[in-house]
Design a protein around this ligand. Structure first.
Ligand code: SAH
Length: 284
């Protein structure tokens, strides 16, 4: 069969029947998908995809490929994780070439590790295809560099809720407040009140800048800029809806000069020296 979308010349891996490829689809914008993902879409007989996979990406699948929705979104009826994994096992055992497509990167807060482990435990061969995670690519689309030499030498990626849906007990929020100059929170909207209070109690400046980016990299992307002690109230007063990435730390200030989407739409940069260095960006 000829590929629907020819790839540049290269040694592209061939999907074999009975295999499952766990693949990241990126945070939304189909252009952020990898060539490996496109190669997989060209070949897969079955695609099992999550709620956060952009529908435009599924349009690129082979017309005769079976598409199975395995969404798991807070508050909505969701497939049970174990059932999804066992479904993948069954599909592979039936001789399908299975593409498990997940939002962002499959191994970043996406249970890709558990699914992959279950497949291996059932003797199903796997390939892992990483993707651009929302906590990096989504912030870049809002003009926030996740690291910047004048701001941070550390960045922490943290989930705002654990398996029970509560603020994770296993996260030492006070230690995080001191140790991570930039904190990127996934799934954080529901518990942002608790999280921001813990961070402030742990010594974080209540005025620390915060950005909330929803539907990052899609045409619906919205960005709320606020500060740590106001983020809960400002989200409540807004019309923002998950999925959201929340970024805490001075990296958020860089948006004043790097909001490239705003600039492309004609807005001038708000402040070309948001860190107040008083000199050109690359002068010592
Ligand atoms: N594996 C994914 C994360 C899955 S957890 C990744 O690497 O990006 C789901 C959470 O990711 C969401 O609750 C939200 O916090 C974040 N997320 C994923 N896509 C997003 C997007 N387009 N915009 C904002 N947040 C997003």
């Amino acid at each position: 069969m000829t590929d629907r979308f020819p790839l540049p010349p290269g040694d592209w891996p061939v999907m074999q029947p009975g295999w499952v490829w766990l693949c990241g689809a990126g945070p939304g914008d189909p252009g952020l998908m990898t060539l490996n993902a496109l190669n997989a879409l060209n070949q897969a007989d079955v695609i099992v995809y999550d709620a956060l996979v952009d529908p435009r990406i599924l349009d690129w699948a082979r017309g005769d490929a079976l598409q199975i929705y395995a969404g798991k979104r807070g508050g909505k009826p969701s497939a049970v994780q174990k059932d999804i994994s066992l479904r993948l096992v069954d599909l592979a055992r039936d001789g399908n070439r299975v593409l498990r497509l997940k939002g962002g990167d499959p191994f970043v807060f996406g249970r890709g590790g558990e699914e992959a482990q279950t497949l291996v435990q059932h003797g199903v061969p796997i390939r892992i295809l990483p993707g651009i995670s929302a906590g990096i690519g989504g912030l870049a689309y809002s003009g926030i560099p996740v690291t910047h030499r004048d701001i941070n030498q550390t960045v922490a990626f943290v989930t705002g809720h654990d398996q029970s849906g509560e603020t994770p007990q296993s996260v030492d929020w006070h230690a995080l407040a001191r140790a991570a100059q930039v904190i990127v929170i996934y799934m954080g909207v529901k518990h942002i009140g608790r999280i921001s209070a813990e961070l402030i109690a742990g010594g974080r400046d209540p005025a620390d800048p915060v950005a909330v980016v929803t539907d990052a990299t899609t045409p619906r992307q919205k960005v709320l800029e606020t500060r740590l002690d106001r983020v809960e109230a400002d989200i409540a007063a807004s019309d923002l809806e998950p999925p959201a990435i929340i970024c805490v730390g001075r990296a958020v200030l860089m948006r004043q000069v790097l909001d490239w989407q705003g600039m492309a739409a004609g807005a001038p940069p708000r402040n070309t020296d948001p860190l107040g260095r008083g000199r050109a960006a690359e002068e010592k």
